[in-house]
Design a protein around this ligand. Structure first.
Ligand SMILES: Cc1cc2nc3c(=O)[nH]c(=O)nc-3n(C[C@H](O)[C@H](O)[C@H](O)COP(=O)(O)OP(=O)(O)OC[C@H]3O[C@@H](n4cnc5c(N)ncnc54)[C@H](O)[C@@H]3O)c2cc1C
Length: 487
């Protein structure tokens, strides 16, 4: 089958583009190397929808961030994605470069960022953010900054694109691309795709995809950021708290997540490997020190996990959003480092403009479905609603994840929805089962059983994330027999 568009990569960029393209009468396929959406950079980041003052002047990063931020309200309502404009502080303490804060304020004012201001009244700052360091002298306050689940966003965008006819193919790493004159053949290990146009949204590997297609115009390097995630502490802090930034990154921040946890991080370390997302004791110490500078009383005993994400830094240090210079029908959404999450909705719209400017005629559908069915979140219901739901479907009366109060009904729902979960991590990112204090210690075996039942697979066929992250290698007795035989 010849597709009109193949999008390579299903992070926030690829899924936002997929949804945008699904508004048109087109045949669109998303080709993803891993087993689900948001499995690389889009799953491990700060989850902040930045206000837009920070990116350098005249950069695509700044333009896309400023255009992207206001788009979140409507789409989050349409697709039932939790999103909160909690606002951000850049926290100036003695010794910091306060001119920098004034410059950021000017940027913000020139870019029309709503409500941006510098607050110098320390009593007011303390009232707004009681646990902020006593060394605070002023803050840059941007009320339009928000918090969101980055994988929740990608999952919702992908579901919406699926409802509107986009095909998603997982476990399909693109290994070769051949230009056949008026279409491309895109080879993956177990099958090939044919598409007139390609949108390259392959994150850290976008340079490799570009090279496969014959465009050698840019490179991508990884920059690691490490995090500590603390248990839920609603109200411990109210805003996203940044330090005054460095040249390389926005610095180590302390922030609430949309689910009520607190995180510290990220640091910024350039590295060679595009797959090494391990954390180190040194990196985490740096994160702790950075976090304590802003919130000294941060209770580290509440730490439940640590993780790292890799930024896809292009050689221009800016987003690459353009048609290829030398390959026809190839479009890049590459080098999407921070603020890529904040920008993804605007990047998707910009890609459509570029496609149209390239002479491709796009015709809007009459029957684009803007919304999706509201996911049931058991713990958000009142007692009467819970009672009613359990009467209708007793699976909602069975709590599977005790830390996060996630029911069997919600797990089944996350499997049976369009573009539903197929792995234990797929369940975790859709429902939060396994994301709480015990990190899946109690619920993982139950989740495996439910996946096996619903997908009609053997339990030992259920994986954490992808084929190589197996839970089971055989029955204990088989191992004993093997050991006895080889003894
Ligand atoms: C530490 C850190 C903190 C950040 N914090 C923020 C923040 O708070 N706010 C913000 O706005 N931005 C933030 N970002 C940036 C944001 O996370 C990224 O811009 C965004 O996730 C990029 O999404 P993407 O879809 O372009 O890339 P990805 O999420 O990496 O998606 C690319 C996809 O392409 C797939 N792929 C790769 N190669 C192939 C292949 N050969 N075949 C098929 N598929 C392939 C991958 O498997 C992957 O799923 C942060 C980034 C990091 C690392």
């Amino acid at each position: 089958m010849l597709h009109d568009f193949a999008i390579i990569g299903a992070g926030v960029t690829g899924t936002a583009i997929a949804r945008e393209l699904s508004k048109y009468r087109l045949n669109v396929v998303v080709i993803e190397k891993l087993s689900d959406v948001a499995t690389e950079t889009s799953k491990a980041n700060s989850g902040i929808v930045h206000a837009g003052y920070a990116a350098p002047e005249d950069s695509l990063k700044a333009e896309m961030n400023v255009l992207g931020n206001p788009l979140f309200d409507d789409i989050c309502k349409e697709l039932y994605i939790p999103f909160e404009r909690v606002g951000s502080f850049v926290v100036g303490v003695a010794g910091d470069n306060f001119d920098f804060l004034e410059k950021e304020l000017q940027n913000g004012l020139e870019r029309g960022i709503p409500g941006i201001e510098i607050i110098k009244d320390v009593n007011l700052i303390k009232k707004m953010e009681p646990r902020i360091t006593d060394d605070v002298e002023m803050v840059l306050h941007a009320p339009s900054a928000g918090i969101i689940s980055p994988f929740g966003l990608a999952i919702a965008l992908a579901e919406s694109a699926t409802i509107n006819g986009v095909e998603f193919h997982y476990n399909s790493p693109v290994q070769n691309i051949e230009d056949m004159g008026n279409f491309y053949i895109i080879d993956c290990p177990t099958r090939s795709f044919q598409a007139r146009h390609i949108v390259n949204a392959a994150g850290l590997f976008a340079d490799e995809i570009s090279r496969m297609a014959g465009d050698f115009s840019f490179t991508i390097s990884p920059r690691k950021g490490e995090y500590l995630l603390l248990d839920k502490m609603e109200g411990f802090i109210n805003h996203v708290l940044f330090p005054v930034p460095t040249k390389k990154s926005k610095g180590i921040l302390v922030s609430p997540t949309i689910d009520g946890n607190i995180f510290l991080g990220p640091n910024a370390k350039d590295q060679e490997s595009k797959i090494d997302n391990s954390t180190t004791i040194y990196g985490l110490e740096e994160v702790v020190q950075g976090g304590r500078k802003i919130v000294p009383s941060i209770p580290l005993k509440e730490t439940i996990t640590n993780f790292a994400g890799l930024r896809a830094v292009s050689d221009t240090n800016d987003f690459i959003i353009r048609a290829s210079d030398n390959k026809p029908r190839l479009f890049h959404a590459a080098g999407i480092q921070s603020p890529g999450l904040s920008s993804c909705l605007a990047i998707a719209k910009r890609i459509i403009e570029i496609i149209k400017e390239g002479g491709v005629s796009l015709e809007l559908k009459d029957n684009f479905y803007r919304s999706r069915e509201k996911p049931i979140v058991f713990k958000e219901l009142n007692w009467t609603e819970r009672d009613q739901l359990i009467k209708e479907d007793p699976a909602f009366g069975n709590i599977v994840c005790r830390c996060e109060t996630i029911t069997e009904g919600e797990i089944v729902q996350s499997i049976t929805r369009p573009n539903g979960a197929r792995t234990v991590d797929g369940i975790k990112f859709r429902t939060r089962a396994g994301m709480g204090r015990c990190q899946g210690g109690f619920c993982t075996p139950k989740v495996i059983k439910i996946l096996s039942r619903e997908l009609d697979l053997e339990e030992d066929e259920i994986v954490k994330r992808e084929a190589r992250t197996k839970y089971f290698y055989g029955h204990t007795k088989d191992f004993r027999r093997h050991k006895d035989a080889t003894a």
